[in-house]
Design a protein around this ligand. Structure first.
Ligand code: UDP
Ligand code: MG
Length: 320
């Protein structure tokens, strides 16, 4: 939206729900007054039900029957948070779009501050976690390590401690929709599109209810996803590792030849041989695994499957 017209936007909130029955009521209780309080032309809350197995969907439908602002996009199964967010962003009609976690870990109170920054001209307003003490020590450290490794390896930098909670102008959303990849690492895609970005800080709250859907193993895979989505550096690293090892092996061969010439043939050496063979085997397997990771991505992308499937959209039409 041109900067002169940046007042009274139509706001789209996008919230993914996966087994959030316990947190759901509270979410609308908090969100309603916040949105009622901001200066806007109107707003919608796009709730994506990501194949919840509890009664989240029933509760969401009930809310949408009461409140014309609430639209429910029901996916046909659990597609994961990234796909759910994509579904919600695709369905959003606002001048500004704000993805937010439905467990209230992202404080809705920040929306007003984000809108102020947007009105001043920012296309993207990032919400940065100033304090992650609500996450465990291990999660904080590993997150830190992930950002460091990722930003070192890939061409685009993901801002540290920034989640999916942010405000995006319509132009940014349209740019995002042009990215065709199936396997979506949203943080990376958000960063890739660029635009005029401003950061505001907040303190990450603890979940209001329920448990985190991301286990350590899931997060580990998520990190690999992120790195392989935006960087081919690991492929190059294997080349270097192979080179170094080959050179070392070559030097060792020279040494053995010289030693044999000087001291004659001797029998021992079985253990050193085994070590070298095992080590080389290991390095080769790791390299093949790495190449496989990328080949797998090519395979997945080449199938051109949709990112998500919508079963049904629930919304109450505005009473005339
Ligand atoms: N979520 C989702 N699909 C999933 C997993 C999570 O839509 O497969 C949603 C979940 O309902 C929540 C948000 O993504 O609104 C963040 O999930 P969670 O709170 O479990 O992650 P954490 O905050 O622990 O990183
Ligand atoms: Mg959470």
């Amino acid at each position: 939206m041109p900067e002169q017209q940046r007042q009274r936007p139509f706001i789209s909130i996008v919230a993914p729900f996966y087994n959030e029955s316990e947190a759901l009521g509270r979410f609308f209780e908090v969100m309603g007054p916040v949105l009622a309080g901001v200066e806007c032309r109107g707003y919608e809350i796009v709730c994506v039900n990501d194949g919840s197995r509890d009664d989240s969907l029933a509760k969401l439908i009930a809310v949408s029957n009461m409140d014309t602002h609430v639209r429910v996009v029901d996916l046909s199964r659990n597609f994961g948070k990234e796909a759910a967010l994509t579904a919600g962003i695709d369905a959003a009609r606002g001048d500004v779009v704000i993805p937010i976690d439905s467990d209230l870990q992202d404080p809705p109170g920040l929306i007003e501050v984000m809108l102020e920054e947007w009105a001043k001209g920012a296309d993207v307003v990032l919400a940065k976690r100033a304090d992650r003490s609500s996450d465990g020590y291990l999660k904080r450290r590993t997150a830190e390590l992930f950002y460091r490794v990722h930003n070192h390896l890939s061409d685009i930098d993901i801002p540290e401690n920034v989640g999916d909670y942010r405000l995006m102008d319509r132009t940014v959303v349209d740019a995002l929709k042009q990215l065709p990849e199936r396997r979506r690492f949203m943080k990376g895609l958000f960063a890739w599109v660029g635009f005029n970005t401003v950061t505001v800080e907040y303190v990450r709250e603890a979940r209001v209810a329920g448990q985190s859907k991301f286990s350590g193993w899931k997060l580990w895979n998520f990190a690999i996803e992120g790195i392989t989505s935006f960087s081919t550096a690991p492929l190059r690293v294997t080349t270097y590792v192979g080179l170094v090892i080959s050179l070392a092996a070559f030097a060792f061969a020279l040494y053995i030849i010289l030693r044999t010439l000087i001291h004659g043939v001797d029998w021992p050496g079985y253990s050193s041989l085994i070590v070298v063979i095992l080590f080389m085997g290991g390095v080769q397997l790791i390299s093949i695994g790495l190449v496989g990771e990328y080949v797998g991505r090519i395979y997945m992308e080449s199938k051109q499957r949709p990112i998500y499937i919508v079963r049904r959209v629930y919304e109450r039409k505005q009473d005339a």
